[in-house]
Design a protein around this ligand. Sequence first.
Ligand code: S3P
Length: 431
Amino acid sequence: MRAEVNGPCAVNGEISVPGDKSISHRAALLGSVSDGICRITGFSPAGDCASTLEVLRALGVKIRRDGSDIEIEGTAGRSFGEPVDVLDAGNSGTTMRLGCGLLASMPIQAIITGDESLRARPMNRIIKPLKLMGADINGNGESGCPPLEIRGGDLRGIEYSPDVASAQVKSAILLAGLQASGRTTVNEKAPTRDHTERMLRHMGASVLCDGTSVTVKPCVLSAVKLEVPGDMSSAAFLIAAGLACPGSSVKIKNVGLNPSRTGFLEILRRMGAGIELLERSEEGWEPRGTLKVKHSRLKAVDVTDVDVVAAIDEVMLIALLATQAEGVTRIRGASELRKKESDRIDGTVKGLISLGARVNETPDGMEIKGPCELGAAVLDSNRDHRLAMMWSVAGMLAKGKTVVTGWEWASVSYPGFEGALSSLGVNISAG
Ligand code: S3P
């Protein structure tokens, strides 16, 4: 599938983005071991979250889905059933890493794999701590790539300091800790998204946070109602389009504003972006609100490793915006981007060069000199949802017809993204 964007164009109007992908995964996974029926509204339509539901179903969890409304019957902390087939996490690292956190304590044998991209991603980061807790879990090669074979055990709580700042790693350990003896503590290098901690607390768990350390005590979670806010990482593409495309003004409603997810907005503020917070609600367990974004004159920014952790899924958009900003933008400490669904540093640099931008790749990031006029190009998604969507935004800035090949990958996080853009006035077609 390909998308064609005829630029330049602006984005104008109001929109709500689909439910947050990270929160939806956690709602399904935590709901599956809770005591009772969890009712979730605003569940993400992302292909990744469907993978989580399918893995849970294959483990015997009863799930009813009606669009974005989900009901999950929890096992009240008892084991899932042993799967008869290999579990398939598709393209989703969160499904695999957090799923293994739950499986680690269950006395069943399971094999979990994924698509080509997921099978190349490092799982040692969860294998090591889950083994220390007592699970039998193995992957392939030096990085412990999938398929993973896992047999859960009687877990013991540990105190662990991961080598990498990763919400997926932290969450896998905390989920395993729910069924371990004693306390489980994770000491993070830098603060990562805290959706797991918030949801655990909301469901009755004792979670202690002290700086960048999180401790959980074993418990059975209570079933609750969960209303998932819109996904900041999906909104990020519309925010970038609104800021960079002359004549734009766009309102994004009901978007998640958890401070551990708004690092992107902070970096944009440093670039001089005009983003207004029209409304904010602290009701419930995750803050949310409405943002208004308008076209802004941007200036270059220095992005450091701490910024990268706080905006891990949006850093590439900073690179695209840097092509429109005055001065040299330096992105450093971003080598984790090479281990995502694709090598996002390499893919971003190559794509920006095709568009005519002045970019230099570095081992852990890139430097971009702006401002620069972009020219239409043919760009590939590299089978990576975030690159697919980013190139459509680039197409709005470039003069002429930009073609994004491998467009179908956008549905891994935002099915119908082209429809969302059309509704805001973008000249885009996909097929
Ligand atoms: C996620 C954490 C991040 C992020 C991913 C979703 C999560 O990954 O990139 O899209 O839901 O916990 P890492 O934990 O590997 O940084």
